[in-house]
Design a protein around this ligand. Structure first.
Ligand code: MG
Length: 172
């Protein structure tokens, strides 16, 4: 099976300004065309999974119960579409875990748990760390441009660069 991996902040949900985190369910808003992208992926037999760094947990700014509430709001907003799996890294950067992007740990774990063929899979992100994690895992990478990440774009070599989520559908 192949997968469409989606970063959360800036891909599934709207990116907040740098240094501002989603700490309450009401601060999470979906990106335009995310439902259309998920529907198209499902029609083409992709597993759809979130891959997200949530160091706000490890930094003590958010507990797991509230993170669950935020993800419950995300699931409700996405209906009738849905994500098949959520992977998030709760660790702070200094913990040296194997899951925090740019490490490929979450992608490798998803591949193991769902029997995925990573070479046929796609990872959509808006940050250099997404592209590095995807490349390290052998996944095709898609960089989603926004108003704030041109510098990030220059620091990595994604396979594809798009201006909207809808533009990813022909790449599936
Ligand atoms: Mg992001």
């Amino acid at each position: 099976m192949k997968a469409l991996f989606l970063d959360r902040d800036g891909v599934i949900s709207l990116a907040l300004p740098r240094g501002v985190y989603v700490l309450h369910p009401e601060e999470l808003w979906l990106m335009p065309e995310i439902r259309e992208l998920i529907r198209a992926a499902r029609e083409r037999d992709y597993l759809v999974a979130m891959i997200s760094n949530q160091s706000v947990v490890g930094r003590g700014m958010l507990d797991l119960a509230r993170l669950e509430l935020i993800h419950a709001k995300m699931h409700t907003e996405l209906l009738p579409e849905r994500l098949d799996a959520l992977y998030y890294c709760p660790h702070a950067p200094e913990e040296g875990c194997v899951c925090r992007k740019p490490a490929p740990g979450m992608l490798l774990k998803a591949a193991q748990e769902h029997g995925l063929h990573l070479g046929d899979s796609l990872f959509v992100g808006d940050n250099v760390t997404d592209v590095l994690a995807g490349t390290a895992a052998g996944v095709r990478t898609v960089f989603l441009n926004n108003a704030h990440n041109a510098e990030e774009r220059r620091r990595c070599q994604p396979n594809h660069v798009v201006d909207s989520l809808g533009a990813i559908i022909p790449l599936l």
